[in-house]
Ligand binder design. Structure first.
Ligand code: ADP
Ligand code: MG
Length: 258
């Protein structure tokens, strides 16, 4: 059984077919990149999986369970984690405290315990921070961190929920090219170790080709190519619509929350 099986997913907004009959599978430990021009339907696909949007047609099976119609929180509880384009950490709290908060939430302990319980899940939090190379900044407040470091804390927060599937829509938005490669390289290593399935979008093709185990190319709501990085890179259609001369692809210049 695949971790995630998306079948014939469709979603329209008024006259716009944002997703049209999209099907794919995702296996444990796989890092699947969904690429495509701005407006191709990537975020719509993510939001149909995480419950933010209800698809018009199609099904989303997660470990054999149909997610369509479930509330986002119920889907998250089943083990579908996500990272956010907007930073979702608490700036006035330390790095370690943010991860501890996530662990408290994951274990369904009351947040009311928080003032009494700064030691709660401390070791687990530090272990997660070690895995994202942020252990040495555990006591710093999040609002003084460099942007790339904050992104790594967000990854630790997402991992605190022990997801089986992690959805990362533009996780490296706003980061410098070198940091992008590092963050996704780190992600690849962690999800490989933990056997987590990851679906991510990314505009930097160097990052995609360096880290994805497989790539899906979306254009105007439809899958136009799918395969290994080498196969997708060599696909003439992909080169035409996405990578090559006269490409319709333009790097994003829009708000991070779009
Ligand atoms: P991507 O993430 O690939 O850039 P999106 O999934 O955000 O693409 O958008 C796909 C298409 O659906 C675009 O034409 C976009 O304008 C439209 N769209 C997305 N969300 C909405 C919405 N909430 N209401 C109306 N149109 C939307
Ligand atoms: Mg998007």
């Amino acid at each position: 059984m695949s971790e995630l099986t998306v079948s014939r997913l469709s979603k329209s907004f008024g006259g716009v077919r944002a997703l049209n009959d999209v099907s794919f599978r995702l296996e444990p430990g796989e890092l699947l990149a969904m690429i495509g021009p701005n407006g191709a339907g990537k975020s719509t696909c993510f939001n149909c999986i995480n419950g933010q949007l209800r698809p018009d047609h199609g099904s989303v099976q997660f470990v054999g369970r149909d997610l369509v119609g479930l509330a986002p929180r119920a889907i998250w509880r089943l083990g579908v984690g996500r990272t956010f384009q907007i930073t979702a950490t608490f700036g006035s709290m330390t790095v370690a405290e943010n991860v501890q908060m996530a662990l408290i939430s994951h274990h369904r302990r009351s947040r009311a315990l928080w003032p009494l319980a700064t030691r709660l899940y401390r070791d687990e939090a530090l272990g997660l921070l070690e895995s994202v190379s942020m252990r040495d900044q555990a006591e710093r407040r999040c609002n003084v961190l460099a942007y790339g470091d904050l992104k790594r804390v967000e990854l630790a927060v997402a991992l605190a929920h022990d997801p089986r599937l992690l959805l990362m829509d533009e996780p490296t938005a706003g980061m410098a090219p070198k940091e992008r490669i590092e963050l996704m390289g780190l992600t690849a290593q962690i999800v490989g170790d933990k056997n987590i399935a990851v679906l991510f979008t990314e505009h930097d093709m160097d990052v995609v080709f360096a880290n994805a185990s497989r790539i899906i190319v979306l254009n105007r709501g439809e899958i136009v190519a799918e395969g290994t990085p080498a196969a997708v890179r060599a696909n003439p259609l992909v080169q035409e619509v996405y990578l090559g001369a006269g490409s319709t692809y333009k790097p994003e210049a829009r708000p991070a929350h779009a």
